[in-house]
Design a protein around this ligand. Structure first.
Ligand code: G16
Length: 542
């Protein structure tokens, strides 16, 4: 039976960079998840009888919300739901399923790299029919709806057994529980030279992959150990846990410290990698070298033609504005377009759909291509492995040669987490007020060439996105960027992105923080970070 339930708006359901993210107790409030899911459906048109994909990263409260979403999809008139076994679908796998089975869209339950558990983070994101995150006009409509919603529809039926691959009837809708890994593994096999990677590994090349007790465990086990033949144990922390084992499933140098230390030790494996809560981010560490996400994008773009899926070359490269300019010089050399977008994968969707860009990347550890419409952690790992197998050089040698050819962009991000929201907003407002007065000013040897608040004109749908981050550009190509995170769940997170270009290969082995020292000091001076946030140092440096 289909029931219409009266409800009241919560008023605090604004989707951020990547959907609605809140603490689990917020989602456990009466009707809270239902309100948001119904607001999604109310903002869409023409889905009657169509397919909806549902899955999540397995975090605490995943199964409960999946059951609600299934029953609400049936009550709202969807014809079919495809749901991953155990409620599991990594974000890139969900994107693939939406595309492959021509679904109307998908609901992905995740708070990405944020921690999970009864008092930690949860999230709901809607992806559209191209497999990518809903564009701003859709998320704006969803938010508007959450503010006035007064009822939702739900089928009053028993829970679906998510643990068996089988089909069920829920009212007029079919629910099929699918293998979450098979389609994705097949896609990866179609893009990369698995035979070459298998040979590399069989020859003694050692890979370690840390799934961080999150969603990529089953995917990495299947692909890296079963299909590519890496010895058992190469994939660590491979069982997805509701609380990620109490860890923060964020593949950066702070939360994947153990992997970093393993890779820097004397008898390190040849290649180390990790992915995050929902499998869209990646961390790449070669023996003795952490490859920054910005550099990884540039190096992958420069070498992508070595993988069968990209043998014909790239149409273009896209990067988010705060991502370093390393990829720009690769695009220039290849004679292809370079697109600079605001932070958020959704801004790449149009460029990929129109065939303007093939590879995209963000400083926030996301890299991907036109194979899906999300960033893809394991994809990046496999492309690296494919390149290593063909070039037969170490990641360190590949990086050094890359810098010798293109120059090196020293790059670091300083995060100030859980800052008082008013203080953070005040800092950004004060910077905005200062922008016009900065060009021409000098701070020691650093002269400001230009300063602005980044605005993006989408070349495809002509939409304009304003206020996407404060940029201060110095003469010689150095840059400081400030923006507030759109993915946090408590207080505000100020991100400061610092970059310096170094053409001289004799100066490519400097310590990153030291190489950026003068810029770091100027970044504080201009924005008065210490004074306004009351913090002496960033919470996380990557
Ligand atoms: C999300 C988006 C990314 C974006 C990131 C930025 O990542 O999908 O495209 O780069 O947010 O985060 P912030 O606004 O905190 O800087 P994810 O992995 O959390 O979905």
């Amino acid at each position: 039976m289909i029931k219409t339930v009266s409800t009241n708006p919560y008023g605090d359901q604004k989707p951020g960079t990547s959907g609605l993210r809140k603490k689990v107790p917020a989602f456990q409030q009466k009707n809270y998840a239902e309100n948001f899911i119904q607001s999604i459906f109310d903002s869409l048109e023409g889905f009657e009888g169509q397919t909806l994909v549902i899955g999540g990263d397995g975090r605490y409260y995943n199964r409960e919300v999946i059951q609600k979403a299934i029953k609400m999809a049936a009550a709202n008139g969807f014809g079919r739901v495809l749901v991953g076994r155990g409620g599991i679908l990594s974000t890139p796998a969900a994107s693939n399923i939406i595309r492959k089975y021509k679904a109307f869209g998908g609901i992905v339950l995740s708070a990405s790299h944020n921690p999970g558990g009864p008092t930690e983070d949860f999230g709901i994101k809607y992806n559209v029919g191209n497999g990518g995150p809903a564009p701003e006009k859709v998320t704006d409509a969803i938010f508007a709806r959450t503010k006035v919603i007064d009822s939702y529809k739900i089928a009053e039926v028993a829970d679906v057994n998510l643990d068996l691959e089988s089909s069920h009837q829920v009212e007029n809708m079919t629910v099929t529980v699918i293998d979450p890994v098979a389609d994705y593994a097949e896609l990866m096999e179609s893009l990369f030279d698995f035979a070459a990677i298998r040979k590399l590994i069989a020859g003694g090349f050692r890979v370690v992959f840390d799934a961080m007790s999150a969603v990529t465990g089953p995917y990495a086990k299947e692909i890296i150990e079963r299909r590519l033949g890496a010895p058992k144990g190469s994939v660590m922390n491979f069982i997805p846990l509701p609380d990620f084992g109490g860890h923060h499933p964020d593949p950066n140098l702070v939360h994947a410290r153990a992997l970093y230390e393993t890779m820097m030790a004397p008898h390190a494996p040849d290649f180390g990698a990790a992915s995050d809560g929902d499998g869209d981010r990646n961390l790449i560490i070669g023996k003795g070298i952490f490859v920054t996400p910005s550099d990884s994008l540039a190096m992958l773009a420069a070498n992508a033609h070595l993988a069968p899926g990209y043998a014909k070359g790239l149409a273009g490269i896209a990067r988010s504005m705060p991502t370093s300019g390393a990829a720009d010089r690769v695009a220039e050399k290849l004679g292809i377009g370079l697109y600079e977008t605001p932070t958020g994968w959704k801004f790449f969707g149009n460029l990929l759909d129109e065939g303007l860009a093939t590879i995209c990347g963000e400083e926030s550890a996301g890299t991907g291509s036109n194979h899906v419409r999300e960033k893809d952690g394991l994809w990046a790992v496999l492309l690296w492995l494919n390149i290593l197998a063909v070039r037969k050089e170490s990641a360190l040698d590949i990086a050094r040669k890359h810098w010798a050819t293109y120059g090196r962009n020293y790059y670091s991000r300083h995060d100030y987490e859980e800052v008082d929201t008013d203080a953070a907003n005040g800092l950004i407002a004060a910077l905005r007020d200062k922008l016009a007065s900065l060009p021409g000013k000098s701070f020691g040897a650093l002269a400001v060439a230009n300063a602005d608040d980044f605005s993006y004109n989408d070349p495809v749908d002509k939409s304009v996105s304003k206020n996407q981050g404060i940029r201060i550009l110095f003469k010689g190509g150095s840059r400081v960027v400030y923006r507030l995170s759109g993915t946090g769940t408590s207080g505000a997170t100020l991100r400061v992105y610092i970059e310096r270009f170094e053409a001289d290969s004799a100066r490519h082995d400097l310590d990153t923080q030291a190489a950026l020292g003068d810029l770091i000091a100027v970044a504080d001076e201009i924005a008065e970070i210490k004074k306004r946030t009351g913090r002496d140092a960033p919470s996380v440096i990557t």
